[in-house]
Ligand binder design. Sequence first.
Ligand code: ADP
Ligand code: MG
Length: 327
Amino acid sequence: MSVPEFELIQRFFTRRIQDKPDIVLGVGDDAALISPSADQQLVIAIDTLVKGVHFPDTTSPYDIGWKALAVNLSDLAAMGADPTWFTLALTLPESTETWLTEFSRGLFDLANQYNLPLIGGDTTRGPLTITIQIAGAVPPGQALLRAGAAPGDHIFVSGSLGDATLALQLLAGELPASVADYPELLAHLNRPQPRIAEGRALRGIASCAIDVSDGLLADLQHILDASGCGAEIFQESLPFSSAARQLLDRFPEMWRALISGGDDYQLCFCVAPENIAHLKQMAQQYDFDFTEIGRICAARELRCLDATGKAVDVGARGYTHFAEENQ
Ligand code: ADP
Ligand code: MG
C-alpha cells in the first residue's frame, strides 16, 4: 500500500526526542533548530547509499536502514566524536508501507543504541537512494584526524577484516561455498557495528585514525598520505574472523581480497610508543578488540611483510568510484 508523503514522515520518521536539551525543534517545521554546545567542536559527516552500488538488490529494508546510519556513525567513530543528531534524505521508487516499516525499524534500532534523534530530512521519488547527514561533538582539539602518524608509531585495527567482502563474494557466487553457511559474514556486511565507544576512548591515545570503509590498504594509505609517511604491515598479524579463516584454509590466495575489499567499518589507528601502555590498559578495561598489524616508517611506501620479513605483493587496493576499471 502506498503512503502519502505527509503521513509517511509522520508515521515512520517522527519520534519523540528525549533528554536532548540542545535540540530545540526536530521533524515537523521548515527546518530543525539546534543550540550547539559552546564548549564542544561540531563534527559533521554525510554518506549516501545507492541501491546496487552500496548494497546488493537483495538487501532487506531493515538492513538498508541499519547500514545507512551505521556507515555515518562509523565516520564519527573515526573522528573520536560522540554522535548528537542526524538527518535523512530518502529517495524512494514507491512508498510501500511494509518497506517503510522495516527500513525505519532498522534505522531506529541502531539510532536508539546511541539515543540519537532524527531531526529532519527530505522525501522524494526516484531510484532508491539514502543519504544521512550526521552530527557529533568532540572536546576542542581532541578529534582524531588522518594526519598525525609518525615513524615508529604502532598501527592497530579493531575487530576483524574482510568479512563483508567475503559475504559479497559468496552472495555473488564467486566462491564455491554457500553464504547460508556463514551467517556471521553476512551480518558484518548488512549490520556493521560502528566503533563509537572505541573511537571516543582513543582520544588522547591515538595519533590518527580512519574508519575502514574502502579496504584496509586504501584507508591506511589515506593516513600515510595525510601524515607524510609510510608503513610496514605484518601479514601474519592481520586479524581475520574464524569464518574468514575457514574460507582462507580452502582459498589461501583470498587474503589479499580481505585487506583490499571494503565495508569493514572497523577503525584503523596509530599509537606512539609512549602511549602503548595506556592503550593496552584502556583496551583491557573496556574489553576492546584491537590487533597490532604493523609500524609506521619514514620511507613513503606501504609494504606488507611475511613471517620471514620478506615483502609480499598485495595486489589491487580498495574500491574507488569513477575509477577507470569500474566503468
Ligand atoms: P519542505 O517542503 O518545507 O521542505 P518537507 O515536507 O520536505 O517540507 O518536510 C517537512 C518536515 O518533515 C521537515 O521538518 C523535514 O525536515 C521533515 N522530513 C521530511 N522528510 C523526512 C524524512 N525522510 N525523515 C525525517 N524528516 C523528514
Ligand atoms: Mg523538504
